[in-house]
Ligand binder design. Structure first.
Ligand code: ATP
Length: 987
């Protein structure tokens, strides 16, 4: 498998039109079809120089594309443009072509929609519709030719999991035959697709062909709104414009670009019949096709006199700047809205008992013109808040019933289900910045007559003082404490006016790592609070908030859609006399990434210097700030796996997966199994899902191979491939709804389990190494670490626990302590042996030992400590090292050559303290330089003999390096020397 991946990587990919296919299916000029009419699209356009292959293509002016010409086209052979190859969809029928076996299976992907949903195998015959003429807004006549669709265009490859050989379709323009599936872009051969329409393997991402006449045509500038009201869908590769350029061009002229064809679509912009889902849907709905030339023509014809346009704009700006503004004040807006509001809303508005009276507010706001627009147009009633209406409603419900749930009720939320919103004393509003969290909290509080007290949690660092008597003048944490317990408020507030208060804690995730105890303190405050607490954060998955989440009702704010934002922004710009069209505002909304505050601020900033803001102004202004977002790995995984994960663009997927290249793959791996892919039918019997799971698992495995290459061999250039294999492909396959697989499981993405498991492995290896070193120092056995674990541990466990289970207490304890002394095992070693010998499903031998016996054993072992002869592997010090690594000591003690198994050694080395490796090199120079080091050298010399140190230890049983040996036996002098050496170093 790994070699497959590497080969794939090493392979130079053909970025052209599929060389492979060219060799497979020799290219030849296709004779004109006698059955399929080919319409010349825009005969007036010289620079197009291309033949349009589909009858669905419209000319920019049908007057020019006369029926006579159409007939001509049918009969006359077509001149092949120099750069393009001729396609004739009737050239080969599926029957003519023998299916070519595919070497490697690639799954079909609709690259237009950036989704990896396998295509339906069914062929949908296109509807037969009468030819009719429609008129576009720009007075361009459009022919809707709906002759019978040539089935060959719809040729499909059956290359899915079933392994059915390809059903070859007609060769496309690029001459890609069926074998081009892997190499070519898009649907490859067989689908009869043109340049890049329809499905393509995800492996081919990024290989969309360049437009054949890229940059060769002049892009006209038309009237600003000439495409207003028209909705375009782009498919395939255009003739001279990149897709993004075409998109910009349309938007610049007031048109809308969507990704999927629907009834609202005005044109499918494609330069040839690209085939694919969009194409067939357009045909099905009778949506006219428009060529790039057609589009350019449409724009060109609307071109206004440039100078007059500019002058007009200048005049407007000057007018606007000179004239005193007649603005709709926020108050007016409010009144207006209230008047038009429904009766229900009126009631709600009536019930508002704002903390500040209108007069006071006026005072507070001062001159409206000096206000920032975000303040000026801050929502005044809940319905002004765009998006998240259900969340606002939930918040309203929770706050409305807070007093009755927690103040006046005897049960105080007890007995209610944990999930029940009424059981939580606090709420946690989460969501990205500038989407209305604080506004909603304040508005709802105001509506319900609560006095809102705002505290920025990131200012309330750390715990409150134990004595909160310091009062409100003290730090913010104290303030919070006092607020929630109403200690100080009584004296300073008029409770008849403000009987109810609510505490709004903004930016609770801003409590930095240094604020240990800050969140804990907040939780403690929530527990005792006599007022509702609304916590606000950006990232509810933040590790810091892990414990807080359990005490709060989580309400997650979503970003408003760009359409919702544009609508609200339009109201603001109209009120401010700023001329901006909706498409431009949608672009702004997209560029600020749903941040309403930023969008409003940008508009206010731009309004200072211009009264007309067009699409290009927004693009220019927000070019650098395009979609920069700091997101947590959990949010990234949520997005990748989300229901709309398939709609994300590839660059967005890459950004998400690279947002944390260490953690995102781990979280993906941990959770992919919980997702039910959207692309499988609801009644799927599980086979398809298993298939998807298998493919995702395989891809995660590939990602692991990349990861090893990156980490071990520093092949950082593979980072993106690694993200691709370990995140993007699995998420593309599995994205959909998350479901739980075990009862009691929470339906949230889990943190990657690998880190925990790796840490446990490291810990176990360290413990094993301790036992191993002691074991070797006892000179009773000379095995390596692995042998000790595999062959000795069972026996050791038996010897250590059996007597305690079956023998009388005293005898058993004595026997076990003797055994431990013989093998130089400490109490910790005893525990390690028990712990590492545990297996799921096997009883723990310690369970059947009475606790009296256990405590007798501990007592007996400690008693013996004072006179115990310790074979002191623990006391070995190595020159230059504060703490000698056990692995090194084992190597000194171990008489056998083979040492530790390489991989275990590596794992251990990774887990050893960092300093040890860097200090490693010091060993070499020790013999000559430092006299202090000599004793340690002696230890090395004694290697085959082992070391025996006899020490009189403290009665607590802990070895003490500073203690002078009471008696010396064999080797004692060395130990003493070692001890001396270590003492000297400590000084
Ligand atoms: N959903 C919305 N509807 C209408 N206006 C909004 C909305 N969200 C934000 N705004 C505008 O943006 C301003 C700031 O919003 P707000 O402070 O509520 O954002 P936030 O989500 O709390 O941001 P942060 O997380 O940075 O505190 C508001 O005064 C308002 O003008």
């Amino acid at each position: 498998m790994s070699s497959d991946i590497r080969k794939w990587f090493m392979k130079q990919h053909d970025k052209g039109s599929g060389t492979a296919s060219k060799t497979a299916v020799p290219e030849k000029p296709s004779p004109p079809s006698s059955e399929k009419p080919v319409i010349r699209v825009d005969t007036s356009q010289e620079n197009s120089g291309r033949r349009k292959t589909s009858k669905y293509f419209i000319a920019s002016s049908t007057k020019e594309a006369s029926s006579q010409e159409m007939v001509k086209e049918k009969k006359a052979p077509i001149k092949t443009p120099s750069k393009r190859k001729i396609q004739n969809s009737n050239e080969e029928t599926p029957d003519d072509i023998k299916p070519t076996p595919i070497k490697k299976k690639f799954h079909k992907v609709d690259d237009d929609e950036d989704d990896f949903v396998p295509a339906s195998k069914e062929k949908k015959p296109a509807e037969v519709k009468p030819t009719k003429k429609i008129k576009s807004n720009s007075n361009i006549e459009i022919t809707r030719n709906s002759d019978k669709v040539d089935d060959n265009l719809e040729g499909e490859i059956d290359e899915k999991d079933t392994g059915t050989p390809l059903k070859a379709g007609p060769r496309d323009k690029g001459g890609r035959g069926p074998v081009a599936v892997a190499a070519g872009r898009g649907r490859g051969g067989g689908r009869g697709g043109g340049r890049g329409g329809g499905r393509g393997g995800y492996m081919n991402f990024g290989e969309r062909k360049d437009p054949p006449h890229k940059g060769e045509k002049e892009v006209p500038e038309g009237a600003p709104e000439c495409l207003a009201g028209l909705t375009f869908v782009i498919s395939g590769t255009l003739d001279s414009l990149e897709r993004e350029e075409a998109e910009d061009l349309i938007k610049r002229h007031g048109g809308r670009v969507t990704s999927a064809v629907s009834k609202k679509t005005s044109f499918l912009l494609a330069d040839e019949d690209v085939g694919g889902r969009k194409s067939s849907k357009a045909k099905e709905l009778g949506i006219p096709f428009l060529t790039e030339d057609g589009l350019l023509d449409m724009i060109r014809k609307s071109e206004p006199a440039r100078s007059s346009k500019q002058e007009e704009q200048k005049k407007k700006t000057l007018e606007r700047m000179n004239k005193p503004k007649i603005n709709i004040s926020p108050h007016k807006v409010e009144v207006k809205k209230d008047q038009s509001a429904s009766s229900g809303r009126k009631d709600a508005a009536k019930s508002v008992k704002p903390g500040i009276s209108p007069d006071k507010r006026k005072c507070q706001y001062g001159d409206h013109n000096s206000l920032t627009w975000t303040e000026k147009y801050r929502p005044k009633v809940p319905s002004d808040i765009i998006g998240n209406q259900s969340i606002v409603k939930q918040l309203h419900e929770w706050l409305m019933h807070w007093n009755e749930n927690f103040l006046h009720s005897s049960s105080k939320g007890k007995g209610k289900k944990q999930s029940d919103s009424a059981s939580k004393k606090a709420v946690l509003l989460s969501g990205s910045p500038g989407i209305g969290k604080s506004t909603s909290a304040k508005l709802v509080s105001q509506m319900l007559g609560f006095q809102a007290m705002e505290v920025n949690a990131s200012d309330s660092r750390g715990k409150a003082d134990a004595k909160i008597g310091k009062g409100i003048g003290g730090n913010t944490s104290n303030t919070v404490k006092e607020l929630v317990s109403n200690v100080a408020l009584n004296s300073s507030m008029n409770w008849s006016k403000h009987p109810k208060s609510v505490l709004i804690m903004d930016e609770v995730d801003g409590m930095s790592a240094g604020d240990r105890g800050g969140v804990a303190d907040l939780i403690a405050s929530i527990k005792v609070s006599k007022i509702p607490i609304i916590c606000i954060c950006n990232d509810r998955y933040s590790q810091k908030l892990k414990s807080l989440v359990n005490y709060c009702l989580p309400l997650n704010f979503r970003k408003p859609t760009k359409q919702q934002m544009a609508k609200r922004l339009k109201q603001i710009t109209e009120a401010e006399g700023l001329q901006v069209n909706e498409i431009t505002l949608e672009e702004l909304a997209e560029r600020v990434n749903g941040d309403m505050r930023m969008a409003i601020n940008q508009l206010q900033y731009m309004s200072v210097s211009q009264s007309v803001i067009n699409y290009d102004d927004i693009r220019q202004r927000l070019l650098s700030s395009a979609k920069d977002e700091d997101i947590s790995p959990f949010t990234a995984v949520d997005k990748l796996f989300g229901y709309n994960g398939g709609r994300l663009r590839m660059d967005e997927r890459i950004d998400l997966s690279m947002s944390d290249p260490d953690l995102v793959p781990l979280i993906v791996q941990e959770n992919y199994i919980n997702y039910r892919p959207t692309s499988i039918a609801k009644d799927d019997n599980g086979v398809k899902r298993m298939n998807f799971l298998a493919r995702a698992a395989e891809s995660i495995g590939d990602g692991d191979i990349f990861n090893v290459q990156i980490r071990r061999y520093r092949q950082w250039q593979l980072s993106q491939s690694s993200s691709f294999a370990s995140c993007i492909i699995p998420a593309a396959l599995m994205h959909g709804q998350r479901e739980t697989l075990e009862p009691g499981e929470r339906n949230f993405n889990r943190f990657g389990g690998w880190l925990g498991k790796n840490s446990t492995t490291g810990k176990n290896l360290r413990l094993l190494e301790d036992v191993h070193v002691h074991f070797l120092a006892s000179h009773e056995a000379k095995s390596d670490r692995e042998t000790l674990r595999l062959d000795y541990f069972t026996l050791l466990l038996k010897q250590l626990t059996d007597p305690l289970q079956v023998m009388p207490k005293e005898i058993a304890v004595q026997k076990v302590v003797e055994f431990m002394d013989t093998y130089s095992l400490s109490q910790e070693d005893f525990d390690t042996i028990v712990e590492l010998s545990k297996f799921k499903g096997h009883p723990n031998p310690m369970d059947s030992i009475p606790s009296a016996v256990k405590s007798a054993l501990t007592k007996a072992y400690k008693q013996g400590s004072s006179s115990r002869v310790v074979r002191a592997a623990d006391m070995i010090t190595l020159p230059g090292l504060k703490k000698a690594p056990k692995k090194r000591i084992a190597a000194i003690l171990e008489p056998v050559e083979n040492g530790l198994a390489e991989e275990n050694g590596e794992a251990l080395a990774e887990n050893e303290e960092e300093g040890s490796d860097s200090e490693d090199d010091n060993d070499d120079g020790i013999s000559t330089e430092n006299a202090e080091r000599k004793p340690q050298l002696d230890l090395l010399n004694n290697k085959p003999k082992g070391i025996q140190v006899q020490l009189d230890l403290k009665s607590n049983g802990k070895s003490n390096m500073k203690k002078t040996p009471a008696s010396k036996s064999k080797g004692g002098s060395q130990a003493a020397a070692a001890d001396k050496g270590s003492r000297k170093r400590k000084r």
